[in-house]
Design a protein around this ligand. Structure first.
Ligand code: MRU
Length: 354
């Protein structure tokens, strides 16, 4: 694919260009990342977001850092900054470590880093297409079992092509199901406080003409109780060796509701999302704590087309803004991966991915 992906690409001058996700769904704008600092800022301020794309930008970030580096030792310092830009999505650390390992004996850092970043991203794109296929097979199976002509799938946050190149993870099977002619409808959790569902997932699905309905974050449980959810598919930011899944805050509550209502709950991930060093995800996956103002303020567009930020809480009330939670493996029906669908268990994960 030579450096061209949906959410990011190398431009004619070989700099990294990304879709500015903070502007969606109101404006489609792109941003050029030309320095290590710009790469770090883009990850931190959510210009780019979603575990896979954070990893992809980090890989190209190492290439950008090579433009500014005086040898491998100097590059190491810049790599540290990129690696530390966000804490939970392990794809970030994985991509930086992989790039640095590949480059350790390089005699031409700039040329090699570009080549390795493209290869890494081409592999990720391939994995997304495999996830699409295995996930769509499950969608078909569930429809067959329930003898249904259409299917309602609930998703949380955004795990589409804005979050993981090239087709996404949780949304990839949905796109593939649509291509197979399946009548699919998606319940889109708004995903407070940053509204990745309402602003990004809904935008993506709309662009692809996939039927969808935005719901308040608290609605999923009720929909499951009245039989309106056939399955849940979410992505993940990190999966520990024992199959615990860190994903956007609120995922755990959906998994509990799904378990209680016998609704299959699947997690779609590429192999870069596994963290084999963590054996107990509930205990050891680091959870990002973000600025309380993300919760206290909301932004949207007014009738004059101007984007405004408004306070929605008492000004002085404190708020706490955890970015992620961890869903225990026991609540997960299966992991939809690039190699097939597996149980979320230490045994299956180690046997197939280590
Ligand atoms: O804080 P974000 O927007 O980067 O979080 C994104 C999510 O939690 C996604 O659901 C997650 O990355 C899984 S899809 C790659």
């Amino acid at each position: 694919m030579l450096g061209k992906y949906k959410a990011l690409w190398l431009n004619e001058e070989d700099f990294l260009e990304v879709i500015d996700q903070t502007k969606l769904p109101f404006f489609y704008e792109t941003k050029l990342l030309k320095t290590t600092n710009e790469v770090v800022n883009a990850i931190q301020d959510m210009t780019v977001r979603g575990a896979g794309v954070i990893g992809s930008v980090a890989a190209f970030g190492i290439y950008i850092a090579c433009m500014e580096s005086d040898g491998y030792e100097d590059l190491k310092e810049k790599a540290k900054l990129i690696r530390a830009s966000r804490p939970t999505a392990v794809n970030l650390m994985w991509a930086v470590d992989k790039m640095m390992d590949l480059l350790k004996d390089s005699t031409n850092l700039l040329k090699d880093s570009k080549k390795f970043a493209i290869e890494l991203n081409d592999d990720e794109a391939k994995e997304s297409r495999q996830i699409a296929k295995y996930g769509a097979d499950i969608i078909e199976k569930i429809m067959l079992k329930k003898n249904k002509k259409s299917i309602n799938i609930l998703t949380h946050c955004n795990a589409g092509w804005l979050a993981v190149i090239d087709e996404g993870t949780a949304l990839a099977p949905i796109y593939e199901a649509k291509k197979r002619g399946i009548d699919v409808h998606v319940w889109v959790d708004e995903t407070r406080p940053r509204n990745q569902g309402a602003s990004l997932t809904a935008w993506e699905l709309g662009k692809s003409n996939v039927k969808h309905t935005i719901i308040a974050d608290n609605t999923g449980g009720y929909l499951m109780q009245i039989g309106d959810v056939d399955m849940v598919i979410v992505g993940a930011d990190r999966v520990s060796a024992n199959g615990d899944v860190a994903n956007k805050i609120g995922t755990y509550l959906k998994a509990l509701a799904a378990y209680d209502n016998n609704v299959p709950f699947y997690v779609a991930i590429p192999s870069s999302t596994f963290d084999f060093d963590i054996k107990d995800g509930l205990k050891d996956i680091p959870i990002e704590l973000r600025d309380e103002n993300e919760l206290k303020y909301m932004s949207g567009i007014d009738s004059d087309g101007i984007v405004r930020e408004i306070l929605v809480t008492p000004k002085d009330s404190p708020a706490i803004n955890y970015g992620f939670d961890v869903t225990p493996a026991r609540l997960i029906s299966g992991l939809i991966t690039n190699k097939g669908v597996y149980k979320a268990s230490l045994q299956e994960i180690e046997a197939n991915f280590l």
